[in-house]
Ligand binder design. Structure first.
Ligand code: PNS
Length: 177
């Protein structure tokens, strides 16, 4: 010990969450068991592609799915994560790693974020039962008619069903002649 008082840092868990999966929720629960507060930070404009769910839908699904965890907050951010994490007073960034190949990208991202903000990244290995679960696969399976109950929280399933009902094109028999 160096005589300094150690204060547990609060954590920030960033992502697109389009939508939140049970894999994400598992990382949030485990981070919340280690850090005094976990801020789930939803990026407004994901870089990969236009999100299926609006920002409000993505945040609402996270709030509903995490209401059993007392020390979790949800916020959104634009621009650099490093800037937002600093302004939010985060002590660490949490990232989940599903497969070994995730590490390659996440390593350089973690080093860049630390260089920009001084905030380190803590990696949480995915539970193997969720290692193949991603938001994009869940959406693809769901909209092609597959079952996704095992991969997303109940709150997400409700919103996805509503979204599918709204997106479903009119059946030919329902069309007016
Ligand atoms: O769930 P995702 O899509 O894998 O999350 C990616 C996210 C939001 C964590 C990442 O794109 C991000 O940090 N975006 C903010 C922009 C930024 O800070 N870019 C520089 C990273 S070193």
């Amino acid at each position: 010990m160096n005589g300094k008082a150690h204060v547990s840092p609060s954590a920030i868990y960033p992502g697109s969450f389009d939508p939140l999966t049970l894999g994400h929720l598992d990382v949030i629960e485990r981070a919340a068991a280690v850090f005094p507060r976990v801020l789930v930070a939803v990026v407004v404009n994901p870089q990969k592609r236009e999100p299926l769910f609006t920002l409000e839908e993505r945040k609402q699904m996270i709030l509903s799915a995490t209401k059993h965890i007392g020390n979790v907050d949800v916020a959104d951010f634009r621009g650099l994560l490093a800037d937002f994490a600093k302004s939010a007073g985060a002590g660490v960034i949490v990232k989940g790693l599903r497969v070994v190949s995730d590490f390659e990208n996440e390593m350089s991202t973690a080093l860049m974020n630390r260089s920009l903000s001084g905030i380190d990244t803590v990696f949480v290995p995915s539970d193997p039962k969720y290692s193949f679960v991603s938001s994009s696969l869940v959406k693809e399976v769901f909209f092609l008619g597959g079952e996704i109950d095992a991969y997303v929280p109940e709150a997400v399933l409700h919103v996805m069903r509503a979204k599918r009902a709204n997106l479903r094109p009119t059946e030919p028999s329902e069309e007016k002649s």
